[in-house]
Design a binder for this molecule. Structure first.
Ligand SMILES: [Cu+2]
Length: 134
């Protein structure tokens, strides 16, 4: 009769379990694949649009001010500071065609294909600029 063996094995087993559980917890908490979360959290800030966004076409004095580049598929604001009505119409038909009344703003959906898109105003053909999508 050796009654002391069983309690000894039991205590070793508990100790191993505790170590294993401890290391498992450490392994499961260290990886942080949630780095994509901040990206989605920036969307509400962009949607507020209170401050002038960098991606904005401004029309003033019968001339376009265009951001250096815009992202494919982006939705950018066109602000018409003139009293005259203008349009932002792609030279290549069908890419985009937005009409902006005097003193108003409108939204332009950037083409999803990268490239440089020349555009003009249909009312004032001398107004011409380019939109760089990339
Ligand atoms: Cu115009």
């Amino acid at each position: 009769m050796k009654p002391s063996t069983a309690p000894f094995l039991a205590s070793v087993f508990v100790a191993v379990c505790a170590l294993a559980a401890c290391s498992d917890d450490g392994a499961s908490s260290t990886p942080s694949p949630d780095t994509t979360m901040p990206t989605t959290m920036t969307m509400p800030a962009a949607a507020t649009g209170t401050a002038a966004a960098p991606d904005e076409i401004v029309i003033a004095g019968f001339a376009f001010s265009v951001p250096a580049t815009v992202s494919p598929g982006d939705r950018i604001t066109i602000r018409n500071d003139d009293t005259a009505e203008h349009t932002v119409t792609s030279d290549v038909a069908g890419a985009f065609d937005v009409e902006i009344a005097g003193g108003e703003t409108a939204t332009l959906t950037v083409p999803s294909t990268p490239g440089t898109y020349g555009f003009h105003c249909t009312y004032h053909p001398t107004m011409h600029a380019g939109l760089v999508v990339g």
